[in-house]
Design a protein around this ligand. Structure first.
Ligand SMILES: NC(=O)c1ccc[n+]([C@@H]2O[C@H](COP(=O)([O-])OP(=O)(O)OC[C@H]3O[C@@H](n4cnc5c(N)ncnc54)[C@H](O)[C@@H]3O)[C@@H](O)[C@H]2O)c1
Length: 351
């Protein structure tokens, strides 16, 4: 018999706490266990979620033994996603794994294989697909409101000066986590969602702010998409400004500018009446219309609600392992190109 309420366990209680809070708003899912290797962080999460001590673990393997855990949220550092995801799948749990899926395509493949072997669902938390402004932009584009896309761009500008992660995993010199993959995967995934899989990229990068980091802090990438769409991503994790994912979608009949940190989006459209273009006043400029949108750039409730519905009703996962791996492959192609000073890199989506 199908279950009506799924038990959730969360591994990694910082971004994981945001999932715990989102879960409270979801029907059909209930938090039953938490894990963090750091006792202080675990205790804080325990207080915030009202779980008792017996439901909180410092070793994720103890959480996986719990029969009432149906779904595991993996919100640990990126380099641990494969280990934690595969172990959870093998323990018979469905998994929502944070982005980026993994640091290499090979590891992504192992995670996909584990999901297929166990028959358990794997969803990658590409949260931009639950951001109200981006959802609205995609709806308008898919409906043809701005005609045919010819140029798409997205930026991930987020000052990470003080966001190195617990135990500084974001600046680990051994398991390099390039910002284009770590944070830029949001922008790359957004462009893939809107314009399809880029097949060729070139990129340049530099490091002028976070000079002690083992990787460049600024990258610009040019991408070629299907249907002769071209695009650009800009990633900076040293920039001195407030966080933004300003994104612009240029179509033959209009343009959309939207963001995940502003409460409106702008849509420019050619004005058509009876097949004729109307020019108002002296200008033939198209009209920019501002629509209010909720910011909600960490819509974990939307993401978790969808996963609950997918599991309870046995639907396919939209951002499954192959989608997550495709975003990793595109990001790594940008990193490879930047390391070779703008060399053209072709992307294979052979998963
Ligand atoms: N979707 C988003 O917008 C978004 C935002 C922030 C972070 N993230 C992702 O979420 C993940 C976590 O990021 P964060 O910012 O919370 O990092 P963080 O360093 O702030 O927190 C990671 C937590 O995992 C714990 N941890 C580490 N190893 C562990 C282990 N073996 N077992 C149990 N717990 C362990 C740490 O103690 C820490 O509390 C990363 O993959 C990151 O890329 C996503």
């Amino acid at each position: 018999m199908l279950k009506k309420e799924l038990g959730f366990g969360i591994i990694g209680c910082r971004m994981g706490l945001s999932h715990a809070i989102g879960l409270k708003l979801c029907k059909g899912g209930k938090l039953v266990a938490l894990c963090d290797k750091r006792e202080d962080i675990l205790k804080n999460a325990m207080k915030r979620t009202n779980l008792s001590e017996k439901d909180c673990y410092t070793d994720y393997r103890d959480l996986l033994k719990r029969e009432d855990v149906d779904v595991v949220v993996v919100a640990t550092p990126d380099q641990l996603h494969p280990e934690h995801t595969i172990a959870a799948l093998e323990a018979g749990k469905h998994v929502l794994c944070e982005k980026p899926m993994a640091l290499t395509v090979e590891e992504c493949k192992e995670m996909i294989a584990a999901s297929e072997r166990t028959g358990k669902k794997l969803m990658i938390g590409q949260i931009c697909r639950y951001t109200p402004g981006f959802i609205e932009a995609k709806k308008l584009i898919d409906r043809g409101e701005i005609g045919e896309l010819f140029f798409v761009e997205s930026e991930y500008a987020h000052d990470y000066t003080h966001i190195t992660g617990v135990d500084n995993w974001r600046i680990d010199p051994v398991r390099l986590r390039h910002p284009v993959l770590g944070g830029g995967c949001h922008a790359v995934d957004l462009l893939r969602w809107i314009a399809g899989n880029p097949y060729e990229v070139c990129a340049f990068s530099n490091k002028k702010v976070l000079t002690h980091w083992p990787v460049d802090d600024c990258t610009i990438g040019i991408m070629k998409f299907p249907n002769n769409i071209i695009g650009k991503v800009f990633v900076s994790v040293g920039c001195k400004r407030d966080y933004t994912m300003r994104s612009v979608f240029y179509g033959t009949k209009g343009t959309i500018i939207t963001d995940n940190t502003s409460n409106f989006m702008t849509v420019y459209k050619e004005r058509i009446a009876d097949g004729e273009r109307i020019f108002e006043g002296l200008s033939d400029q198209v009209m920019g219309i501002k629509y209010p949108v909720a910011i909600n750039n960490h819509n974990t409730a939307g993401e978790l609600s969808e996963f609950i519905d997918i599991i309870l009703n046995d639907k396919p996962v939209k951002t499954d392992g192959r989608e997550g791996a495709s975003t990793v492959a595109a990001c790594l192609a940008l990193v490879e190109s930047a390391a070779a000073n703008g060399k053209n890199v072709k992307i294979s989506y052979d998963f």
